[in-house]
Ligand binder design. Sequence first.
Ligand SMILES: Nc1ncnc2c1ncn2[C@@H]1O[C@H](COP(=O)(O)OP(=O)(O)OP(=O)(O)O)[C@@H](O)[C@H]1O
Ligand SMILES: [Mg+2]
Length: 253
Amino acid sequence: MSLLSIEGLFAHFGGVAAVDNVSFDVEQGEILGLIGPNGSGKTTVLNLLSGFLLPAAGQVKMRGETITGMSPDRLAQRGVLRMFQMTRVFGRMSAFDNLLTAGMARGLSEHASSQRAQALVEELTLGPVQYLNAGQLSGGQRKLLEFGMCFIEPPLIALLDEPFAAVHPVMREVMANFIRSRHAQGHTFLLVSHDMPIIVDLCQRAVCMNAGRVIAVGEIRSVLQNHQVIEAYLGNSDAHDGPEQPANQDVLQ
Ligand SMILES: Nc1ncnc2c1ncn2[C@@H]1O[C@H](COP(=O)(O)OP(=O)(O)OP(=O)(O)O)[C@@H](O)[C@H]1O
Ligand SMILES: [Mg+2]
């Protein structure tokens, strides 16, 4: 049985069908890429899956049990965690204390939380800044901290919306390694990213959306080579007719 089954989801904003009859499954232990041009509905799907938005129609099931319409808090308790919205960094608290607090909020003892926080600080290369207020960290360091807060008590599925965007390449590699190691331990990710080399590197399968709909699902390379997917990217690019080509074109072709 799939970890998550998404069946016929709809979400509208005024006249815009941001999510238009979207169905796909997320299998236990996979890193599933969710790709598509700007405005195709990826973030809205994550909002629906994490309880930030109620679907106009459709169902989300986790291991067969309906979880549609549950609040973000309840979903987080069940192990569906959306990073970068669920986990708030407290700017006036040290990075270490943010981790400690996140662990205790998820039911760990202070001792257990402290031990896990220490290990995560090392793994995420936050040692030198662990006692600085989180508000003093760079954007990339804050994202690394949020990874730690999310995984101090690992979720059943982590929903990641563009975690690599505007992050220094060195920190991007730390994040990618973190995802790889958790994947090797059997954890499940739904990863939204415009960074095609990272998607190809990390994901076994991908779902591609365009204009609210799923236009391709399957093994990552076959999705990227699908002609509808290529057309969706080229057709939605402002640079389509100009001398500059979309950044993803090399990977897509
Ligand atoms: N709160 C909102 N109110 C009105 N329209 C919205 C809202 N959120 C999203 N939309 C619209 O829904 C559509 C899908 O947006 P969404 O943010 O889900 O796309 P996306 O695939 O995440 O794009 P990007 O790659 O740029 O992040 C777009 O047309 C967007 O303008
Ligand atoms: Mg988005």
